[in-house]
Design a protein around this ligand. Structure first.
Ligand code: SAM
Length: 277
């Protein structure tokens, strides 16, 4: 399993180059991308394309070659294979068949982003790309809301603003970071509260390039607030604001998820403006 650069060729290590050069074949996602990489390195090895489409057909053949003693190097288009990329079933099948699998570690966009985000790194949860449609994405965010860890997500430029808005609504005003184009010319790190970043990106054209979004864990003060205090804050906010807005306002202060507070408001007898959610 050979990690390859996520934008800067200088990040390819000596061991990765030696492993690719010595492999009987290089198993890759896209032969154009990996062909170009090998060409730049002056390495000429046969390429086998292993992606979601070809995997079921190719896996038994690869396992047979491995069992016969071939050395296969698996790479993805960029970064560490199997991390939001194909390969996990092949690794599992190889291990089950008693074939040694070795890591040649290196670049990994989510880990690179985490290492420079300035958010807690002692516990993190990598959730990859959330669903593109808002309703499904919000359900996922609701499921992630109680997790006491930094959340590491992947996103595309065109969907970034929508993800940040849904995250602000559901997770409250947590700290967040948008890491873009890491290791490349236009590398950029934006830090702020979820609501600030959502407003910033809603007002700008979608950013170009590749993006990792990191969201800090729920802040400690939230669970310390007793339910009575939260209820009082909700009642007070609901006396002045529409329920959805009131839930978001209390979420910003307490760090509790807005969706949870909205449900609580309905239990308390305030609710019904679905358009606010
Ligand atoms: N396996 C890869 C790795 O270890 O980095 C991740 C594969 S995933 C399909 C590709 C996504 O990772 C991109 O859509 C983007 O969200 C993120 N990504 C890749 N390169 C990046 C970079 N240079 N800067 C920021 N995000 C990046």
């Amino acid at each position: 399993m050979v990690a390859t650069p996520i934008g800067n060729l200088g990040d390819l290590g000596e061991r990765a180059i030696a492993t690719l050069a010595a492999a009987d074949a290089v198993v890759c996602e896209d032969s154009r991308v990996t062909g170009l990489l090998l060409h730049r390195l002056g390495i000429d090895r046969p390429l086998l394309v292993y992606n979601d489409h070809s995997a079921p057909r190719l896996r038994p053949k690869l396992l047979r070659r491995l069992a016969e003693g071939a050395a296969l190097a698996l790479v993805s288009d960029a970064g560490t294979p199997t991390i939001s990329d194909p390969g996990y079933r092949l690794v599992r099948a190889a291990l089950d068949a008693g074939i040694a699998v070795r890591a040649v570690p290196g670049p990994c966009a989510p880990i690179a982003a985490l290492s420079i985000a300035g958010l807690p790194t002692d516990r993190f949860l990598f959730a990859g790309f959330l669903p593109p449609r808002s309703a499904a994405r919000r359900r996922e965010l609701e499921a992630l809301a109680p997790v006491r860890a930094t959340l590491v997500l992947l996103e595309t430029g065109p969907r970034l603003a929508a993800l940040l808005k849904d995250a602000a609504d559901i997770l409250g005003e947590r700290e967040a970071v948008v890491a873009r184009e890491l290791t490349k010319l236009h590398e950029e790190l934006r830090r702020g509260r979820l609501g600030e970043l959502a407003a910033l990106h809603a007002a700008e054209p979608p950013p170009r390039g590749e993006i990792v979004v990191l969201i800090g864990p729920p802040e400690a003060k939230a669970p310390e607030l007793g339910q009575d205090a939260v209820d009082a804050a909700l009642r007070e906010a609901a006396a002045r604001l529409q329920p959805g807005r009131a839930a978001r306002r209390v979420a910003a202060v307490t760090g509790r998820p807005a969706a949870e507070l909205y449900r609580r408001l309905r239990e308390l007898g305030h609710g019904g403006d679905e358009s606010e959610r």
